[in-house]
Write a protein that binds this ligand. Structure first.
Ligand code: SF4
Length: 428
């Protein structure tokens, strides 16, 4: 199920039955007009439009895409590279799968515009290993764009050379992290590495300046250049223009991908509106929701009236993250749920640093005891709190620091549930 009639992705409806890798079909919907416009602009002018649009990169960290572009442009060192992360290796998030399947040429166009703005040498799209069919389709789309003069040598007669290559991931969630994905693209083991100046924000591809972002972010670039940054900003929140693809799953009646205007709807509307989530299946009550992917926070029904925007969610201790909205009904144990989340991180930990490698295992042991009435003692709760604090400050990369985000927020909202199991245990 999907509802993609929002402002930015409306052209998907027009391409519903079209061949997604056909340049001719894509051009019928205005495809490559933005690139034609962009090559007549300077890099600074292109970036100025992205900054006016207030595009927030559609990744977990939610940084300004325009600022990132500007930072890389201002590093004098060359050549420059672009990496587009399409590894999407977590449950509950499926925007890349949709965009790679339906709009591969829009992704190509967005990356080409960013490449032109930075006068970059090449781009690498790192696609989740399991998306084999989509990898082949993207390679075909790139080839077709190259044959039509939109990639390769002397793009549109401007003298600018730029190409896009596709790399396959091998199923490691940690390759969602900037330096890990660069390591993997460079042919090394996909583990995080230290960011060295002046490449702190990009991590440095081949030790050169590199812009890294994800599929949904690059796909927005042609729209921004096409309509102009000011108009794009009007389609979303005053602090963050555009719409967001939201992946609704769990116990909602309508599961699928939906486009929502940033700042235009509350979480309650997203979950309960008939055109969107449609409410909780089986007439049950909602117990909690988990936002932004596995590393995102959990919230209870008291936060349902929070507006879905980067600013409002952050104020409420929540986050947009990957766009995932997993909804659980009243029958679900929050302890069992966070145990699944921590288990995911324990399996995905690359093992490089102790706080994450050992911390996830210890937390899992405690959650195991907590999930069985009477098996945990009150000292387990104190140990749990200490482990959460240690991992948050001492893990080497974002995977480890964010692995406890769901658990930490679940503790805040459902403390009584954690304590109840311990109290029963201590009485018996
Ligand atoms: S926090 Fe440490 S062990 Fe965990 S994924 Fe990052 S580098 Fe690897």
């Amino acid at each position: 199920m999907s509802n993609l009639s929002g402002t930015i992705f409306r052209d998907m409806v027009a391409t519903d039955s079209a061949d997604p890798v056909s340049v001719a079909e894509y051009e019928k919907t205005g495809g490559f007009e933005a690139l034609k416009k962009a090559v007549k602009m300077t890099g600074e002018d292109i970036i100025a439009e992205v900054k006016k649009a207030k595009l927030i990169g559609r990744r977990g960290e939610a940084h300004s895409f325009g600022n990132r572009l500007e930072h890389i442009l201002n590093i004098p060192e060359t050549p420059k590279y672009i990496a587009c992360n399409a590894s999407e290796d977590e449950p509950g998030t499926f925007t890349d799968r949709f965009l790679l399947g339906r709009l591969p040429l829009k992704l190509v166009e967005g990356i080409a515009i960013a490449g032109f703005a930075l006068k970059a040498k090449a781009s690498y799209v790192y696609v989740r290993g399991e998306y084999r069919k989509l990898q082949k389709q993207l390679i075909k789309a790139i080839e077709n764009a190259r044959n039509a003069g939109f990639l390769g040598k002397n793009i549109l007669g401007t003298g600018f050379d730029f190409d896009i290559h596709v790399n396959s991931g091998a199923g490691a969630y940690v390759c969602g992290e900037d330096t890990a994905v660069l390591n993997s693209i460079e042919g090394k083991v996909g583990r995080p590495r230290i960011k060295q100046p002046p490449h702190l924000e990009g991590g440095g591809g081949f030790l050169k300046p590199a812009l890294i972002n994800n599929v949904e972010s690059f796909v927005q670039i042609p729209t921004i250049i096409g309509m102009g940054g000011d108009e794009f900003l009007k389609t979303g929140h005053p602090d963050s223009g555009g719409t967001k693809l939201v992946c609704l799953s769990g116990h909602v009646r309508n599961r699928g991908l939906f486009e929502v205007p940033l700042g235009g709807l509350t979480l309650r509307e997203i979950i309960y509106d008939d055109e969107l989530g449609g409410g909780i299946a089986g007439g049950k009550d909602m117990k909690f929701f988990h936002l932004g992917g596995q590393s995102g926070p959990i919230g209870g029904s008291d936060l349902l009236d929070t507006v879905y925007s980067y600013t409002d969610l952050k104020k409420a201790g929540l986050s947009v993250g990957s766009g995932a909205v997993v909804v659980m009904d009243e029958t679900v144990s929050v302890i069992d749920y966070v145990k699944c989340v921590v288990e995911f991180f324990a399996n995905e930990s690359c093992g490089k640093c102790v706080p994450c490698r050992e911390g996830t295992r210890h937390i899992l042991d405690i959650l195991d005891r907590l999930s069985i009435l009477g098996a945990a003692g009150s000292d387990d709760l104190e140990t749990l709190r200490r482990l959460i604090r240690t991992m948050t400050v001492a893990a080497f990369c974002g995977l480890g620091t964010m692995a406890v985000s769901a658990l930490n927020s679940a503790w805040r909202h459902f403390k009584a549930e954690f304590e109840a199991n311990v109290q029963v245990g201590e009485k018996t």
